[in-house]
Design a protein around this ligand. Structure first.
Ligand code: MG
Length: 308
């Protein structure tokens, strides 16, 4: 069983309600809560040992990351985050000081984005530390950007630089909430996703939902300094890390050629934040155009929790 096929199964079994505009299969669910307002919902769970290692980071870092990864999902819909409910299972005999540190990490970033913690559940058990955050968002009068709107001929933009996030960025990234909102408000965005699994894996989610393919250019992939550094210890190329490492929490943005050009030239964003890495095609797969001119099909690679 693979994580994504398992999710597909749940999605197919699910009876749909009319007020659920977006159910399983995107960065957030979107619920029609009144005749003119939408509610976005996203949730993420983190478990000690799988998602973080308290020997390598502080509990405050864990709190920050737990909410930041949820904020990143709302950013990927081009909407505004509002309130969160947080459920935590602490290991037995956890001190209150330690528990408070977790929440300090959460507030470090929740306050920046005016997100209020409105409830949750705190328990302890004979288990590693588990934290689940459910974050709500609102549409701000904008249409949430889906994964399903990419069209043949559109350009593929990404923010920031990619790869090697495990060297630090995966705990300390800044979610692209401001950029997501600015994009949705000022441009026509056909599809968007945040990079949690890896560039090719997350791009592939867009391709599947939109029933299209993509060609990306080797020399246009924004390779981070961390990708170069980590490649020296893994033996993989920096390009490999930029394509397949997860948890950069950058945005993949799909827009028409005209809109993409306007985004690249816009002074609403910090300079050189966007790279244009390729184009949407009708091939239903991902192809890479190498610097030497060769074009090869590449497999979407990234992190998956359940292996098939
Ligand atoms: Mg996401």
């Amino acid at each position: 069983m693979g994580e994504f096929s398992f999710i597909q199964w749940i999605r197919k079994q699910q009876k749909r309600r009319r007020d659920v505009l977006v159910g399983i299969g995107d960065d957030c669910a979107v619920i029609d809560v009144s005749s003119d307002k939408l509610c976005l919902i996203t949730t993420d769970m983190m478990v000690e040992g799988t998602h973080f290692d308290l020997k390598k980071c502080t509990i405050r870092d864990v709190g920050r990351k737990a909410i930041a990864s949820n904020i990143s999902d709302v950013a990927a819909m081009g909407c505004q985050a509002t309130v969160a409910v947080i459920s935590v299972c602490f290991p037995e005999y956890t001190s209150e000081r330690f528990a408070r540190e977790l929440y300090k990490g959460i507030w470090d970033i929740a306050d920046t984005y005016h997100i209020e913690i409105v409830g949750g559940d705190t328990i302890s058990g004979r288990s590693p530390l588990c934290i689940n955050i459910t974050l709500l968002g609102k549409d701000n009068g904008l249409k949430p950007v889906r994964r399903s709107g990419a069209r043949v001929g559109d350009l593929i933009l990404v923010t920031g630089s990619l790869g090697g996030s495990i060297l630090g960025k995966h705990m300390h990234f800044e979610p692209r909430l401001k950029e997501g909102l600015l994009l949705n408000k000022n441009f026509t965005i056909h599809a968007m996703i945040d990079i949690s699994d890896g560039l090719t894996a997350d791009l592939y989610h867009i391709l599947e939902e939109s029933h299209v393919g993509a060609i990306i250019h080797e020399d246009q992939i924004p390779i981070s300094e961390a990708a170069v550094r980590i490649s020296k210890t893994t033996g993989n190329t920096p390009l490999y890390h930029a394509l397949s490492d997860g948890e950069d929490y950058e945005l993949v943005v799909i827009a028409s050629k005209g809109q993409a050009r306007k985004i690249m030239e816009s002074d609403l964003f910090s300079k050189n934040i966007f790279s244009c890495i390729g184009e949407i095609t009708d091939s239903r797969d991902i192809r890479m155009k190498y610097t030497n001119g060769h074009i090869k099909r590449i497999k979407p690679q990234g992190y998956e929790h359940l292996k098939s």
